[in-house]
Structures are given as C-alpha cells and as structure tokens.
Ligand binder design. Structure first.
Ligand code: MG
Length: 161
C-alpha cells in the first residue's frame, strides 16, 4: 500500500518513455539525494541531460524540497526549473503547490524522490504517481536516519547505496 509505482536506481534511470505511456505529463523532483547528494549543489551531467530530455519531450517539471536555502534555488536554476521550498513533505500542502505550478491534473503528475516516508507517502496522500530512487549518497539529514531504518524494514528488496 505504501509502495511506490516504480523503482529506479537514479533519477537519470527513470524511463521517460514509460512515464509517457502511463499518461504522465508533469514531474515533481525531490532535491537531496535525488538530484544532488545531501547538502550538495552541483547537479551531475547525466541528471541535467535527463531533465533536458524530459523538457524536450514536453514534460513540465518542478522541484519540491523540505529545505529552504539559497542552495535549493541554485540547483533549480542549474536545471532551469521552478521550485517549491520548505515543503513539509509528506504533508500535502507542498505537493499541491507543486501540482499547481505544473498546471496539470493530479493523475498526470509523478513524484520522483529517494525517501519512502516523505516523497512516496506524500505522493500517495495526494493521489500522485510515485517513483522511488536509491539515495545518491549514504549521508543524510540526521533525522532521516530513523526513516532509512524503517524504509529498510518495509522495502527489504531495495538495493542500498
Ligand atoms: Mg531526498
């Protein structure tokens, strides 16, 4: 019930063709450990290429982060996409703000993120499609450690970084 619609090792491994086939037209991207390592601000070339491919295919994109700092803005700028910060995931408020930015019906929107209890749970609460990636790095916000433990209990098949 809590499981994501799909798993992908990294953001750039998410199949845009499959999402198109599933009727998805908009993407909500998590920041930390999905697009950059936790606390990082340089987006890897393969992720930038994936975003550019998505845009070429007509997908609308927005970044949704629980963080608020200059960093969120800098990363979103590198990817040339808008962002919603201080999102309080998994509460629906931030997800719904992101959906409004996309201007699409919820059934056409997918969330891509590395955390079951923020990204996937929030997506489920709002009726959005969800894709769980593996965290880019082992390093996390200290509070996230507790949730990682619970993720391992709930998703024993998931590969750890
Ligand atoms: Mg994350």
């Amino acid at each position: 019930m809590l499981g994501p619609n799909r798993f992908a090792p990294r953001l750039c491994d998410v199949s845009l063709a499959e999402l198109e086939a599933a009727g998805i037209r908009g993407l909500i991207l998590d920041l930390d450990n999905t697009v950059v390592s936790w606390g990082g601000s340089e987006v890897a070339r393969e992720h930038l290429a994936w975003v550019s491919d998505a845009r070429d295919r007509g997908f609308r994109l927005v970044m949704l982060s629980n963080n608020f700092s200059e960093r969120v803005m800098r990363v979103a700028e590198q990817m040339e996409i808008p962002f919603v910060a201080s999102a309080l995931k998994p509460l629906p408020t931030g997800f719904l703000a992101a959906v409004r930015r996309l201007g699409l019906p919820r059934r056409q929107v997918a969330v891509v993120g590395d955390q079951l209890f923020t990204d996937v749970l929030g997506a489920k609460l709002c009726g959005l499609y969800s894709i769980l990636t593996e965290p880019l790095a082992r390093r996390d916000h200290p509070v996230t450690g507790v949730f990682r433990f619970l993720e391992r209990l709930m998703l024993p098949q998931r590969r750890q970084p």
